[in-house]
Design a protein around this ligand. Structure first.
Ligand code: CA
Length: 241
């Protein structure tokens, strides 16, 4: 069995008046998450909160039919999606609200990641940084088709247009990423307020440093603020030791 160290931090950034991001870090709960709300002040905050609260419920239920972490991750997205849709049915002013989400759970020597939207999950391992999630965004689709380069995507005026989110479609397509854990793995779950402001190379440098987990999280947030802090910034670090 592995020991898991974790640390999360969220920051309003320098331009936004509120924080629509949510994170959850509590190793004993069996999951970690980052959600980034959209749809305007009150609605965006509510959407990411609904996702977080729904996940807490799903992971605390004793229902054995859902005891498999893969099922729990899947069920969290399905239930949160339905709840947000129901909410916007009842309160039409909140139409368009939703959230992106990264939800990671562990089982034995495996991890399972549920991903929807343009928040991201990375794994730092053996000195290398790998993005495990793939952005559900207009610019990523254009990169995939070879129409623009990743560098152009970073500076694209439409870079924040997402193609999938929780609470938007009746049947959202969830990305599930599975993999093996090994000691030394360091996972980063983050909102786009980090990755829009900080290049992967700079994220890598922070994760590769010898600082404590909390210091690494603080440093990432500080870099995003120094880079402009145009959006809410959230980071969750999970280290397998
Ligand atoms: Ca954001």
């Amino acid at each position: 069995m592995f020991r898991i160290l974790s640390f999360g931090k969220t920051d309003r950034g320098l331009r936004r008046s509120n924080n629509e991001d949510v994170f959850f870090v509590k190793p004993e709960s069996g999951f970690f998450l980052v959600a980034d709300g959209m749809g305007g002040a009150a609605a965006g905050e509510l959407a990411s909160r609904i996702f977080s609260e729904t996940t807490m419920e799903v992971f605390s239920t004793a229902d054995l039919s859902q005891s498999d972490p893969v099922k729990r991750v899947h069920q969290s997205f399905v239930s949160a999606n339905a709840r947000i849709l129901k909410h916007t049915d009842e309160i039409p002013e909140h139409k368009g609200m939703g959230c992106t989400a990264e939800l990671m759970a562990f089982s034995g020597d495996k991890f399972i990641l549920g991903h929807m939207g343009d928040s991201r999950t990375y794994r730092f391992k053996n000195g290398q940084l790998k993005q495990l999630s793939k952005d559900h965004s207009l610019v990523q689709e254009q990169v995939d088709k070879g129409l623009i380069t990743p560098e152009e995507a970073r500076k694209h005026p439409m870079k924040n247009v997402i193609s999938r989110a929780v609470g938007v479609d009746e049947t959202p397509a969830l990305d599930l990423v599975r993999g093996n854990l090994s000691p030394g793995d360091l996972f980063l779950l983050c909102s786009d307020g980090l990755t829009d402001m900080v290049e992967d190379a700079d994220i890598l440098a922070v994760l590769a440093s010898t600082a404590l987990l909390a210091q690494k999280a603080e440093k990432l947030v500080a870099l995003a603020r120094a880079g402009g802090g145009r959006d809410n910034i959230t980071v969750v670090l999970i280290e397998i030791v």
